[in-house]
Ligand binder design. Sequence first.
Ligand code: HEC
Length: 143
Amino acid sequence: MTRPGSHRSRGRVGVARLLFLLGGLAGCASSIPEASEPTPAELTLAIYTEEQATRGQRIFTTVCAVCHGRNEFVGPIFTLTWQAEPVGSLFEHISTTMPQDRPGSLSAAEYASVVAYLLQLNGRTSGEEELPADAELLSRMRW
Ligand code: HEC
């Protein structure tokens, strides 16, 4: 539903979020993110654990590899398609459309593990914390 006020109220939310972000950064950052493009500044680097990636690899091998080769998830085409977006885009895509013969048949944690495996496959650094199985959190994380 579109109402005349809807544009302006969205703008206010945007400003509030930006102020919140700037407030949070004020203590530790020397450079202020560009006001014109707040979204990239909001993204934090995605972190996963080795153990989670290993679980993801197992799922990939048993579920996804029936139709996909690992090579489809590395290289320039994969980079251009998915790494320009937050990690959440890939998570949402696979959790709603894959496996193609049974979409949504894995748990959120299993989809997150597969994404952790794909981060590992792309040379991303693992850490102490698991990649969250939460589309909203993942939509604020970058590759
Ligand atoms: C039954 C076969 C099948 C299985 C199993 C399957 N896929 Fe797919 N997948 C496809 C087909 C076919 C496409 C291309 C058409 C489409 O996007 O629906 C695709 C597309 C994709 C894409 C988009 C490719 C791109 O970059 O545009 C991703 C990502 C993906 N699959 C990931 C997975 C993951 C991860 C799994 C395991 C959880 C999985 N798929 C399981 C058949 C499958």
